[in-house]
Design a binder for this molecule. Structure first.
Ligand code: KG4
Ligand code: ZN
Length: 395
């Protein structure tokens, strides 16, 4: 089955088309087309994502991105399509709140053949609601005009699937996954430990009581006057400090003074707000913050976050007897977190299979929406009437 997946939950407009074969025991995916337009440069000047602007950009980008993805997948053929008045009226209503998109949509679909795809998957949440709505309305309009079934995908489930998939001979494979699977989900809006005992059924094991870990990275980056998005910038500075210290895995600076919140508490929950405040207090004590100070603080912050993430995950592995551990979400791109988890799993939980997403699959993408969408589609979990939900829960 070919799945066309749309992701617009934040600041990237992405459409991917995947050929998907197999079932829950073993599935193979090949990426036929994958087109993306990032808005990072636009949002950079505001120091974060500006929802109304994100929505407008998605509305502008969706048709060109769809065309590019179909073209790459060799599914784009010119042909005049007659759209009935009734369908046209329904679609106009769906796209009424997306100025400019309606015109571009009709112009495009009336000039191209209906592509051979089996289903359309779209992110329904969590994310920025105005941004999610554009993708959902676009998907609903496409499903109507092409008469295709629609799958609503939870973005965090997408991050789990991105980690479960491994590359092999230019394909993505999900096979030999031993249950239960424990997922550490770390992104701009989430910090959760989630257990999957059977496919697509989730239990919450722990979560942040305040800030998400990606949010803490971004806020600390702002305190250090680093550009948005802050996570990769902190990571770059911390790595630079680490290499100067001559240690490839963990530095130890004179400023080993940031707290490790809740690390010894008897639960799998997290808290990162205090850590952020501790960085602020630390900065207040330094009169002129130099580049070296920034590197030391980035290093210490990254070490503190990684210590907490590891301790809580290790506790959850013991409590749940999970056989597989996946790390998903944008923060999973962090090399120090990846390195620490790889080393610690080998040392402390050698029987647990660790899955970390490939670099391009760790941050938001539409391939992961197609993977999760396929697992829903083969269970016939199609949806017609659903809404964008900025806080859509996984559990
Ligand atoms: O999953 P994602 O792309 O978007 C959300 O669903 O939130 O995650 C974005 C978050 C941002 O907070 C960003 O700073 C963080 O992931 N991030 C990183 C790294 N790359 C992205 N944090 C730490 N180290 C990185 N290398
Ligand atoms: Zn994400």
């Amino acid at each position: 089955m070919k799945i066309l997946a749309i992701e617009t939950s934040c600041d990237e407009t992405v459409i991917a088309i995947l050929e998907c074969i197999g079932d829950e025991h073993a599935a193979t995916f090949s990426v036929l087309g994958n087109a993306l337009l990032s808005q990072i440069e636009i949002h950079k000047q505001y120091g974060g994502v500006f929802p109304a602007l994100a929505k407008r950009e998605h509305a502008k980008n969706l048709v060109p991105i769809l065309e590019a993805a179909l073209e790459e997948a060799e599914l784009l053929r010119e042909d005049k399509q007659i759209i009935s008045e009734e369908t046209r009226a329904k679609i106009s209503k769906i796209l009424a709140r997306e100025p400019g998109l309606s015109e571009a949509f009709f112009e495009f679909v009336s000039e191209c053949e209906i592509p051979e795809i089996g289903a359309i998957a779209v992110t329904a949440g969590p994310g920025l609601e105005p941004a999610l709505w554009v993708g959902i309305n676009f998907a609903k309009a496409l499903a109507l005009v092409w008469n295709k079934p629609l799958v609503a995908v939870n973005h965090m489930e997408g991050h789990i699937f991105a980690a479960l998939a491994s590359s092999q001979n230019e394909n993505l494979l999900i096979n030999n996954i031993e249950m239960p699977v424990l997922a550490l989900l770390i992104s701009g809006g989430h910090t959760q430990l989630v257990l999957m005992r059977e496919w697509l059924k989730y239990e919450l094991i722990g979560e942040t009581r305040d800030d998400a870990v990606g949010e803490a990275f971004d806020k600390v980056a702002r305190m250090l006057s680093l550009p948005y998005p802050g996570g990769p910038e902190i990571s770059r500075l911390a790595e630079s400090a680490r290499s100067k210290l001559g240690s490839c895995s963990r530095g130890s600076t004179s400023r080993d003074i940031l707290p490790r919140p809740m690390i010894h508490e008897d639960s799998c929950d997290f808290s990162f707000a205090g850590l952020k405040t501790a960085v602020m207090n630390l900065l207040k004590k330094i009169p002129d913050v130099s580049e070296d100070d920034k590197k030391d603080i980035a290093l210490e912050f990254e070490n503190a976050v990684t210590d907490v993430l590891w301790h809580k995950t290790s506790r959850a592995l013991n409590e749940t007897a999970a056989k597989t551990l996946v790390i998903g979400g944008g923060v999973s791109a962090n090399v120090h977190i990846q390195r620490t988890f790889t080393e610690k799993i080998r040392e402390i939980h050698p029987d647990v299979a660790l899955h970390i997403p490939e670099p391009a699959m760790s941050t938001d993408n539409a391939i992961m929406i197609a993977l999760a969408g396929y697992y829903r589609a083969i269970r016939n979990e199609f949806a017609t009437d659903f809404k964008a939900n900025g806080n859509l829960p996984l559990i």
